[in-house]
Design a protein around this ligand. Structure first.
Ligand code: ZN
Length: 258
């Protein structure tokens, strides 16, 4: 099972737990909420997966190793944190194992530069841990990469099975929907999703995971090949944007200033 451990204002540290009570965590920006939950539920930490170097995704690693044992494996992009024991170098299958535990799960990872240059995502069975690359109804800011890189990265997620569950690292969905409704006011699936998420958030429930199928319907950042988006952007920016990468750049710029 996969469970969110809320951290800071709007981060989720995702914990993936098997039936033996062993768990891996993704992007532990803070150690204390993980330690609290694992103690309450009597769960052992078997490994750590990192998507990129930002402190709100890596800040808890050292304290977790100090608490649970410094022989716990840490997977992540090369150079993203000094504690990494399994640097990600080649796209493809991963074996998730520690000294005491082998995770019986199909695991893959591949690079998705754009938000940062070192960003990677993990697909564990049908669960996608996409860090700050893809959010529900949005995507990460381009701090380091180019629109071309981010476009290719999002395309690598867009082509996954529509049933793939999307575990993004932030609860940004409601704000993203408010922007998406400006861009695509007549998208019926988006309107429906806005109601669903508003009700969930009112009860303080996470809006995640979403699915790739849902994101394809409601997320304007996955609509860059759609000519309807081109028309909206052309009107907003008063410039032609025939290339999907250029549309992504303008859409991101619009959202950054929203
Ligand atoms: Zn980030």
């Amino acid at each position: 099972m996969v469970a969110p451990i809320p951290a800071f204002n709007d981060n989720y540290i995702w914990a993936i737990c098997d039936s033996s009570g062993n768990a891996w965590v993704v992007d532990p920006g803070d150690a204390s909420p993980v330690i609290d939950v694992f103690q309450q539920k009597n769960i052992s930490l078997s490994g750590i997966l990192l998507t990129h170097h930002h402190g709100d995704h890596t800040g808890g690693v050292s304290d977790l190793l100090a608490h649970f044992g410094d022989d716990i494996p840490v997977y992540g992009p090369k150079g993203c944190h000094p504690a990494i024991t399994q640097p990600l170098q080649n796209s493809g299958a991963l074996t998730l194992e520690s000294k005491h535990h082998k995770f019986d799960i199909s695991a893959k990872a591949w690079p998705t530069p754009g938000h940062t240059l070192d960003h990677w995502v993990y697909l564990l069975d049908d669960a996608l841990f996409c860090g700050d690359t893809l959010f529900s109804c949005g995507c990460g800011r381009m701090f380091e990469g180019t629109p071309e890189q981010l476009y290719r990265s999002l395309a690598s997620l867009d082509k996954l099975s529509p049933l793939t569950r999307v575990y993004a690292a932030h609860e940004y969905t409601l704000a993203n929907i408010n922007f998406a409704l400006i861009v695509e006011p007549e998208n019926p699936e988006l309107q429906q999703y806005a109601q669903t998420v508003a009700a969930e958030r009112q009860q303080s429930k996470p809006s995640l995971p979403s699915t790739i199928g849902l994101e394809k319907a409601v997320n304007p950042f996955l609509h860059c090949t759609d000519d309807r988006l081109q028309r909206v952007l052309q009107q907003q920016f008063q410039q032609p944007c025939p290339e999907p990468e250029h549309r992504l750049k303008l859409l991101r710029l619009w959202k950054d200033n929203f």
